[in-house]
Design a binder for this molecule. Structure first.
Ligand code: HAS
Ligand code: CU1
Length: 597
């Protein structure tokens, strides 16, 4: 198996060109993290009325858009492309097919994100006629400057080329190893990217067909329900696009750090296949309160969402079992006594474990969100930001930071500047997030709205006693401040690490799973089959709702007809060109029938 052949040479010794691109992707990701953190602390202090002197209320939405886009699109996806490049190259034990293509997609993503970022930040400068205060869920009726949408399109195309780069490299490997099972990390990369192609197609269509032409003035209006639905078609699976790299780390790296091995390779494959199948046909669970979508479609989406809990519940089992195996290898005993035999002093271990622990809580608030009737209580309240700061904001972000302490030395040959600061930083994140997200959930149940600069509406009194609105605001402000400090410590540690001298001997090869790929049924590796089923499920879940939305509201909104004006003549021309062909075919068929008689 190529997975086991790494020896003592670190990743950068073996693949210096790939290591460079991975470092670049990580640094882009960390730069976005810095920007996101700055906007995060500004809005926390503003919202909670601790300090409202930095921005005006109207700038709040520019801050919120910058915070969201830089963190959930830029920080996460740049980290993902770096991590996947590492995982694929490492597990196939071969370089990428053409490093020029690799630099091309990286450049496209960087240029695209810069365009989008500039259009958002321009919103702060009143003398520039450009803004993009549309939040990271950029559907109509909010409208951004064309630069925002163009940048996003370029960024997404970059990510598509990245996927193609990895698929091509895999196919080259397959030709050299026709009889081998797909290495686990590569399997995870490929299934995640297959899911991403399906999911991102809808948002690309929404941007290119509707939002960009609308913002350029080519069309006067769009159908808001349609752009919302296309956004959420993408908007739910994108959360697994953030989560699956974290799962890759939990499955393949965390057991190693714990001193053990992955419990079951086949189960890990099943989990990634389930995500490929089920991530997309559930997006309507973000639209339970939208008018214009029939209850029945919402119910189907809810049912699919409940099935989608399965891969995460399987993950909770497999990852904890693998960590327990590691602890017992290190001499751990007892029902829970083994927990004390784990390497809690390692920031990479403690960070990932705390991320997992918080994800258990985030998963439960996700289950609450997913129930149609309970959702009515928490939708559009600050409960929802509470939920996603546990999931993307901790399960994913804290795992990425923790993993950096393990992976960075291997892609640079430089030891981490301070592992003690690293440990302090990950624990600080956990404490900060426990305070902030718990208080957000509690305020949400009181009805405190999300996405609101000053949530104290006049004439509406929130409970003020202990555990009430004011006290929870203090928890949010303290929590948010701790998170900001934690981010600064993380980034400072990375920068100081880059200044360290190079050393050798930092390789940390990954061991094979206890139950290896040969125990997994061959059909699991049949990606064509799974993509086929995934597409079928998407059609089943979305064909009717989309048809209903378009037939009721028109492609471009009511009163504009069901398709753009220029499509009318084009359609007529197509019909008149096809009619003779169809007539000819009918005549031929009739003749054939005659002959057959
Ligand atoms: Fe969610 C809203 C439902 C997971 C992110 N979600 C959001 C939004 C975001 C987001 C960003 O159904 C807001 C969007 C917006 O701006 O409007 N979500 C779910 C469900 C899950 C779920 C059912 N969400 C995620 C993940 C995210 C994420 C993952 C990011 C990465 N979410 C919803 C719904 C809404 C929603 C509704 C709409 C709400 C509304 O009304 O607006 C599930 O996938 C969760 C399954 C997870 C579990 C947990 C398993 C536990 C594990 C831990 C293992 C432990 C370890 C450590 C390793 C069942 C795997 C052990 C440690 C020791 C010490 C022993
Ligand atoms: Cu969702």
């Amino acid at each position: 198996m190529s997975e086991a052949l790494e020896g003592d040479r670190s990743f950068v010794d073996k693949f210096p060109q790939e290591a460079r691109i991975i470092r670049s992707a990580f640094l882009s990701s960390f730069f976005a993290l810095l920007l996101g953190a700055v906007f995060g602390i500004i809005q926390t202090l503003h919202r909670t009325d601790v300090f409202r002197g930095i921005i005006s209320s109207t700038d709040y939405y520019t801050v919120l858009t910058a915070h969201g886009v830089f963190l959930v699109i830029s920080f996460t996806i740049f980290f993902l492309v770096g991590l996947f490049t590492w995982a694929l190259t490492r597990s196939l034990d071969r370089p990428l097919v053409n490093i020029k293509i690799t630099w091309t997609w990286y450049a496209l993503m960087a240029i695209g994100m810069t365009m989008t970022g500039v259009s958002i930040l321009a919103g702060f400068v009143s003398s520039i006629d450009m803004s993009a205060d549309v939040l990271y869920t950029f559907y109509a009726p909010l409208q951004a400057h064309p630069l925002f949408y163009t940048g996003l399109a370029v960024f997404i195309v970059g990510s598509w080329i990245a996927g193609a780069d990895w698929f091509r490299t895999f196919l080259a490997w397959k030709r050299e190893h026709p009889d081998e099972r797909i290495p686990l990390q590569t399997f995870m990369v490929l299934t995640t990217m297959a899911m991403w192609y399906i999911a991102s197609s809808a948002v690309a269509a929404s941007v290119l067909i509707f939002l960009l032409p609308w913002s350029l003035g080519f069309i006067d209006q769009v159908n808001p329900t349609l752009t919302r639905t296309l956004f959420w078609f993408f908007g739910h699976p994108v959360v697994y696009f953030w989560l699956m790299p974290a799962y890759l780390l939990w499955y393949t790296v965390l057991p190693r750090i714990a001193g053990g091995r992955l419990f079951s390779d086949p189960l890990a494959r099943v989990v990634f296949v389930l995500f490929l199948l089920l991530s997309t046909p559930v997006g309507i669970h973000h639209q339970y309160l939208d008018p214009g979508i029939a209850e029945g479609f919402k119910f189907i989406s809810m049912t699919n969402t409940m099935f989608l809990l399965l891969p995460s519940l399987l993950t909770a089992f497999t990852v904890v079992a693998s960590v327990e195996y590691g602890a017992r290898q290190r001499g751990g005993t007892g029902l829970l006594g083994w927990l004390t035999d784990l390497p809690w002093r390692k920031p990479e271990f403690t960070g990932m474990m705390l991320a997992g622990l918080m994800f258990a809580a985030g998963g439960f608030s996700g289950m609450v969100n997913a129930g149609m009737n309970i959702n009515y209580m928490i939708h559009n309240t600050i409960w929802v930001p509470g939920h996603f700061h546990l999931t993307v904001g901790t399960a994913v972000a804290l795992t990425f930071m923790a993993a950096t302490y393990w992976i960075w030395p291997q892609i640079s040959n430089k030891p981490i500047y301070s592992r003690t600061i690293g440990l302090f930083q990950v624990v600080l994140w956990f404490i900060g997030m426990a305070l902030m997200s718990n208080a957000m959930h509690a305020q949400g149940i009181m009805g405190v709205p999300r996405r609101t600069a000053e949530p104290e509406y006049s004439g509406f009194d929130y409970p003020m006693m202990f555990g009430g609105f004011e006290e929870l605001n203090i928890q949010i402000a303290i929590g948010g401040t701790l998170l900001f400090v934690s981010t600064v410590l993380f980034l400072g540690n990375v920068v100081l690490t880059m200044g360290n001298p190079k050393v050798s001997g930092l390789a940390d090869p990954l061991p094979p799973a206890i139950s290896g790929p040969d125990d997994a049924p061959q059909v699991l590796d049949n990606l064509r089959l799974w993509v086929g089923i995934a597409l079928t499920l998407v059609v089943l879940a979305y064909a009717l709702p989309l048809a209903a939305i378009i037939s009721r509201g028109g492609l471009l909104g009511s009163g504009v007809g069901s398709y753009p004006v220029w499509l009318g003549p084009a359609f007529d021309a197509l019909v008149s060109a096809l009619t003779p062909i169809a007539d000819g075919a009918l005549d031929a068929a009739a003749a054939l029938v005659e002959v057959g008689k």
